[in-house]
Design a protein around this ligand. Structure first.
Ligand code: ARG
Length: 474
């Protein structure tokens, strides 16, 4: 072919790939456009620089490069970090990914010393290292935001002592529960996500640096020293596994997905509770939206997007699981696909946590509406059956007696309370159970929904938040 191929990256202005030596011409523009990851792995630059610093210090430690060369590279890495931080870094068309961009620029700045940076290293262990560093930092940010949401739930529970609402099963009114109990139910679930993050971090906190492309190196590298330098708990045990596994990314995605689902479920309740039909809560103006056409509307868009975006985060997880399936050892370029779902899930969950936390911190609950719904006579039906049980009636018989009374009451002529009062086995004492606010106080068992166990639960929940806060600070 004569003259420059317009489909190839211009080596003059665009620079060279890291692997140009073995190839006669430059890569096709379509190849670069399709295989590049720079557009999304740019954000790994702080981790790539950290990893490169540790690697170059390791090379000097074992004598592969001199201390002068090490310092030249470290200074160049500082310059690159400044350029990246300030947005002045100039990317070239040949910068396939963040690793290429950093190394290319270090070599421009530090000359022959820079050209030694990649000694004993592959982008396979490098990108695996970057993503693990990124996960460690970002998952901690997310865990702290989860804790913040738990604190808001506790505060709102404390603000509404004694307020009760119907507890639901099948979204049908079942038995009254304290609002505090309902809010803390979400709080406990969120606490388990923090524990899951901390547990996943045990497996994320492993340095792959020193695994090379797949098999380690003939050079006397120091993976243990690199791991310690980077603040990892330990190094990889097996180089093929180090570059050829992403189960830790799947785990991170799984816990992010569970958080997205928790927020989605809270969102669904806020959507229901803020309808005129429920009327259990009113959104603060700052956390609600209007309609472009319907002047009266106040819409729960945060709650809806918490619900809607959970679908996308589930897609991030399931999509990546499908990517992992069937990959032979060790590194395959497929693994480049770990980043977009991971970043997307983390971004979405981080944003959702901020928005939902603000929404719940400012929402106004409407106790009168909650309590009048919970005071519907039939929500005391189980209390009536249990009243009979305490007087010797087998539960199954008691269930049938009360069920028949509820059925009669539903015909509309007599209230359940009147029917109970007249019933030979029940009478006025039992009828008192149907009075407003009585039933919830009878939920007395440990972990139950009434004031006595909920007071105890709040003490335990406060202690749980302290435990989680300490675990996050450890
Ligand atoms: N951008 C790549 C990734 O994220 C870097 C690894 C490329 N390695 C390779 N052998 N082509 O996975």
């Amino acid at each position: 072919m004569s003259g420059p191929d317009p489909h190839q990256v211009d080596a003059g202005q665009g620079g060279q790939t890291l692997w140009h030596g073995r190839f006669e011409g430059g890569p096709a523009a379509e190849l670069m456009a399709y295989t590049e990851s720079l557009s999304f792995d740019k954000r790994l630059w702080p981790d790539d620089i950290e990893g490169s610093r540790a690697h170059v210090r390791g090379l000097a430690r074992v004598g592969i490069i001199s201390e002068i060369e090490r310092d030249q590279v470290l200074i160049a890495l500082d310059v690159v970090a400044n350029e990246m931080e300030s947005g002045l870094f100039v990317y070239l068309a040949s910068d396939e990914d963040i690793h290429t961009a950093v190394e290319r620029r270090v070599t421009e700045l530090a000359g022959p010393a820079g050209a030694k940076l990649h000694t004993g290293r592959s982008r396979n262990d490098q990108s695996a290292t970057d993503v693990r560093l990124w996960c460690k930092r970002e998952l901690m940010v997310i865990a702290r935001r989860v804790l913040e949401l738990q604190r808001v739930l506790l505060r709102r529970a404390e603000d509404h002592e004694g307020v009760y609402l119907p507890g639901y099963t099948h979204l049908q009114r079942a038995q009254p529960v304290l609002l505090a109990h309902h809010l803390m139910a979400h709080g406990w679930a969120l606490g388990r996500e923090i524990d899951r993050i901390l547990d996943a971090l045990e497996r994320i906190d492993v340095s792959p640096l020193g695994a090379g492309a797949l098999a380690g190196s003939s050079l006397p590298l120091d993976p243990d020293g690199n791991a310690a330098d980077l603040g990892f708990a330990r190094r990889f045990e097996n180089s093929l596994d180090a570059v050829g596994s992403r189960d830790h990314v799947a785990e991170a995605l799984f816990v992010l997905t569970l958080i997205a689902i928790d927020l989605s479920r809270i969102g669904e309740e806020v959507v229901l509770w803020t309808t005129d039909e429920f009327g259990f809560a009113k959104l603060d103006d700052a956390y609600a939206t209007g309609s472009s056409m319907l002047p009266q509307k106040k819409n729960p868009d945060i709650a809806e997007l918490a619900r809607g975006k959970a679908g996308r985060v589930i897609g991030d997880l399931t999509g990546f699981l499908a990517t992992m399936k069937g990959l032979p050892l060790s590194y395959n370029r497929d693994y480049q696909e770990d980043k977009e779902p991971l970043f997307d899930a983390a971004d979405q969950v981080r944003l959702a946590l901020g928005a939902v936390t603000g929404m719940l911190a400012t929402i106004t609950f409407v106790p009168e509406r909650m309590q009048s719904a919970a005071d519907a006579e039939s929500t005391a039906a189980t209390d009536l059956a249990e009243w009979l049980v305490q007087r010797g009636t087998p539960f199954r018989d008691a269930h049938a007696i009360v069920g028949a009374l509820v059925r009669t009451a539903l015909q509309g002529e007599r209230s359940l309370r009147a029917l109970v009062e007249e019933h030979p086995e029940l009478g006025p004492d039992a009828a008192a159970l149907v009075a407003p606010g009585v039933s919830v106080r009878r939920r007395v068992t440990p972990g139950g929904a009434g004031p006595v166990p909920v007071a105890d639960q709040m003490v335990r929940f406060r202690a749980e938040l302290e435990r989680l806060a300490e675990a996050l600070d450890a």
